[in-house]
Design a protein around this ligand. Structure first.
Ligand code: G3H
Ligand code: 13P
Ligand code: ZN
Length: 315
């Protein structure tokens, strides 16, 4: 069942965070649904602009609609990740997405507000909810590369004004994470002090943490042992998700870790079976491993086991 992120956040606020997972293809979609049902968790499917153009935006939409039929017990939101205005409006008008992100965080404050407000007005007119972003994460977002030096943590006072003036439904905050597999070069970590101040200014308002892959060292070691070169990859400590949830984070974005599962499975498979050229055997292993990965992430997020309570709540 496709629901808005608003419904998911109402149930989760202050208690747990919902996993927001990016997918690009059929195998990820199958593993995603299985993993969430195995762990009895509600979830958010994230579709980036890159995912929409990987094949054709309708292709991924068709796969997800079919998964909804194949797994009728699943409760999830379909969300555009890091949309620009044009893509966000396209998704709003598509009738498929229940939630969109408008990411104008690279623009000056007033311009970010103006762009976000236009998307919010169009989305709300159709019952679709909007995530916006204030502050800048380090790392690479689609078409925008932000160096560590240029990354800018969210200002808690600006956050309050931003939410009031835009009417957005949730806010992605920069609190020290970055996208990709190389998040921290030294001892940097999450800025819980900033998060606590944002929550103080916006009590009860759902916050979003991007760039939250953990980049498990065991996964990196296996990839490197099978021919990869991911030296120095480092991520967010998943044991900190619970504290973030208590401070108002209701959505935690994870993409890179899923890509690492794919890379590890396929590198190891073809290293160990050099005679193979059928794509299905590693595909099957990947779907099972991805499902396992999703289920274990949901335990860290606290969303595992919440499905039935949520079903009762939304009726
Ligand atoms: O924040 C970016 C997400 O990980 C999506 O990545 O734009 O390469 O699909 P992508
Ligand atoms: P990671 O690169 O840490 O997985 O972050 C994903 C993300 O924020 C998608 O919007
Ligand atoms: Zn992101």
């Amino acid at each position: 069942m496709i629901v808005t992120t608003k419904k998911l956040f109402e149930a989760a606020y202050g208690k747990y965070a919902i996993g927001a997972y990016n997918i690009n293809n059929l195998e990820q979609c199958m593993g995603l649904f299985r993993g969430n049902l195995d762990s009895q968790a509600p979830f958010i499917i994230q579709i980036s602009r890159g995912a929409r153009s990987y094949t054709n935006k309708l292709m991924l939409e068709g796969i997800i609609r079919t998964a909804d039929e194949v797994f009728p017990d699943a409760i999830f939101a379909v969300h555009l990740d890091h949309g620009d205005e044009e893509t966000a409006l396209d998704c709003v008008n598509s009738g498929f997405y229940s939630s969109v992100m408008i990411d104008a965080s690279h623009a000056p404050f007033d311009e970010n507000i103006a762009i976000t407000k236009r998307v919010v007005d169009a989305a709300h007119a159709k019952g679709i909810v909007v995530e916006a972003e204030l502050g800048q994460l380090g790392g690479v977002e689609e078409h925008v590369s932000v160096s560590e030096a240029d990354a800018k943590l969210t200002d808690p006072n600006e956050a309050k004004e931003f939410v009031e003036r835009t009417g957005c439904d949730s806010l992605a905050c920069a609190i020290g994470t970055s996208h990709g597999a190389f998040k921290f070069s030294g001892s940097q970590g999450l800025h819980f002090d900033v998060l606590a101040d944002i929550q103080k200014n916006l009590p009860g308002f759902p916050l979003v943490m991007h760039g939250s892959s953990s980049v498990p060292q065991e996964e990196v070691a296996r990839i490197n042992a099978a021919g990869g070169e991911l030296k120095g990859a480092k991520g967010v400590d998943a044991n900190q998700f619970k504290r973030a949830a208590e401070l108002g984070v209701t959505k935690i974005n994870i993409d890179t870790d899923g890509r690492l599962v794919w890379t590890r499975v396929h590198r190891e498979f073809f290293r160990d079976h050099p005679e193979q050229f059928d794509l299905r055997p590693p595909g099957k292993i990947f779907m099972a491993e991805y499902a396992k990965f999703i289920a274990s992430k949901n335990v860290k997020l606290g969303s595992a086991g919440q499905l039935e309570a949520l079903r009762k709540l939304i009726g």
